[in-house]
Design a protein. Sequence first.
Lengths: 244, 244
Amino acid sequence: MADPAADILAHKLKEHSRLNGEDVTALERLTYHRRLLQPNEDFIRQGDKPDVAALVLSGMVARYHLLNNGGRQYLSFNIKGDLPDAQSLFLDRMDHAVCAVGAVELALMPHKEITRIFERRPAVGFAIWRETLIDAAIFRETITNNSGRATRIRMAHLFCELFYRAHASGLSEGNTCSAPLSQIQLGEALGMAIVTVNRTLQSLRRARLMEFRHGILTVKDWKRLVAAGDFNPDYLHLKREVKV
Amino acid sequence: MADPAADILAHKLKEHSRLNGEDVTALERLTYHRRLLQPNEDFIRQGDKPDVAALVLSGMVARYHLLNNGGRQYLSFNIKGDLPDAQSLFLDRMDHAVCAVGAVELALMPHKEITRIFERRPAVGFAIWRETLIDAAIFRETITNNSGRATRIRMAHLFCELFYRAHASGLSEGNTCSAPLSQIQLGEALGMAIVTVNRTLQSLRRARLMEFRHGILTVKDWKRLVAAGDFNPDYLHLKREVKV
DNA sequence: CGGAATGTTGATATGCCTCAACTAAAGTGG
DNA sequence: CCACTTTAGTTGAGGCATATCAACATTCCG
C-alpha cells in the first residue's frame, strides 16, 4: 500500500503537470519520514544544508528572512501538498528559514532518492521544476504586492491568494479557510506596522469583504474582495480554472 | 567553430554548476538566433507563450509587472549570461514582461532543442534549473529589500547587488559598472517616488559611498556601501567567493 | 534649434509608524 | 480551578518619512 504522502504529492503536481502511471509509481516508492512541528517551531534555519526535502501534509509553514535589525520578513506561506524547500535539491545552503505556523505535519524525502527518480522519470523532475517555478512566480507577485500596492489592496491581495490556493487544493470549507497567522505575522509578511494591520483588517471587515479571526479567514464577498485586492490568479499557473 | 553565445552560456552556468566537456558540447550544438533590442523595447509581454528562451549577450534587460493603476513594478534586472525567461521552458504563459534597458543583444534558443538536451545531459538541465532557483532567491531578497528595509538601505542594497553581479560576471571596470537605468526606473524597482530616489541618491553620494550618473554606477567605498545596504551576497549562491 | 524626457529643488500634505495605555485571550503553576 | 503572567489584539494621539504638487534646470534627441 502506498504512503498517503505520495498521493498528496502526486495530486499536487497534477494541479499543473501531467504525470503518467509510472511517474506516480516512482513517487510511491519514495521513503517518507514523518515529522511533527509545534506552532512556531523552526524546521530549517538560514545557512542549513538539508539532505531531505519536505512535503507539507497538514497545517501551514512559512518561509522567512531574518533582518539585520532583528526583524523578520515572511516571504511566502505553504500549505498541504507544497514543497517549501524543494530548492535545496540544487542549492546547497538555505538562504532563508522555514518555520511552522500552527501545528504542522511534514513528510521528509531524501534528496538522493528524489534525484534518482529524475534519471528514469524526467517528467517527475519537470513537474517539481515547474513547482519551483510557480514558487518564483508567487515571489514575483509578492514583490509587486508589497512594493507597488497601497496597504488595503496589499492585504486584500494576500488573503485572496491564501484563499484561492487553499480552495484550489481542496482545503477551503465553504467560504472559509484556515490561516493560523497572528496580526504580528501579517505585518511581517506585508511590511506593515501591527497597528496598521489591525486597522486595515477592520476596514475590510466593515466593508463586508472578509473577516479574519482566530486564524480563520471568512470570505464575505469574493468578487469584491478580488477587486479590492487587484487579484488575478494567472500567476499561480494552475492547469484548470478554479471556481470560487 | 562554436557560437560565442554558447561560451557565454557555459561560462555563466559554471558560476554555480559543474559541467563536463560533453555538457558544454551539447550547449555548443544549440541554435542561437541573434536579436537586437532598442532601449525600452519590450521583448516579451505578459500573457505571451514563448517557444524560445533568451540569453543576454550584452546590455541589460528588466522584468516587470504592469499594475492595474497603470504603474509598473520592476522585478529584477538581468545582464550578460542571464536567462531572463528560462521559466518559459515549463510555464506556458508569461506572468510578467521583459524589456530592454538600454540597447541589448540577445541570443534566442528554441525550447525544443533545450529540453532535448535534458534527456542526454541531465547535468545541463540541473544547471539551468539551478539558474532559475537562484533567480527565485534574488526575488526573495527583493521582497525583503522592498518590504523590510528603509529607503536608503534599500537603494544601497540594490546597487550592491547590481555591482556584485556585474563584477562576478567580469563586467565591472575598476570600481564602475554599467546600469543604464533612469531615476524613474529605480523608483519603479524600489517602490519609491522619484523625488525620494533623487534625494536618496544624493545622500549616498554626499556620504561618499557611491555615485550614479548617466547609467554608470561608481562605487566609492565598497565596504561602507555593503554596510549601508545590509548586503550579504550569500543569496546569490555563487560557487566561488567573489572579491570586490 | 525646439520640444520632450529626465533630473533637481522647495513646499505641502498625508499615510503610516511610533508610542502609550488598555482589553482580551491564552498559557502556566500553585 | 483560579490567580498570575504573558501574548495578542484594540484604540487614541502625535510625529515623521515619504508621497504629492509645483516650478525650474538640464540633458537628450529629432
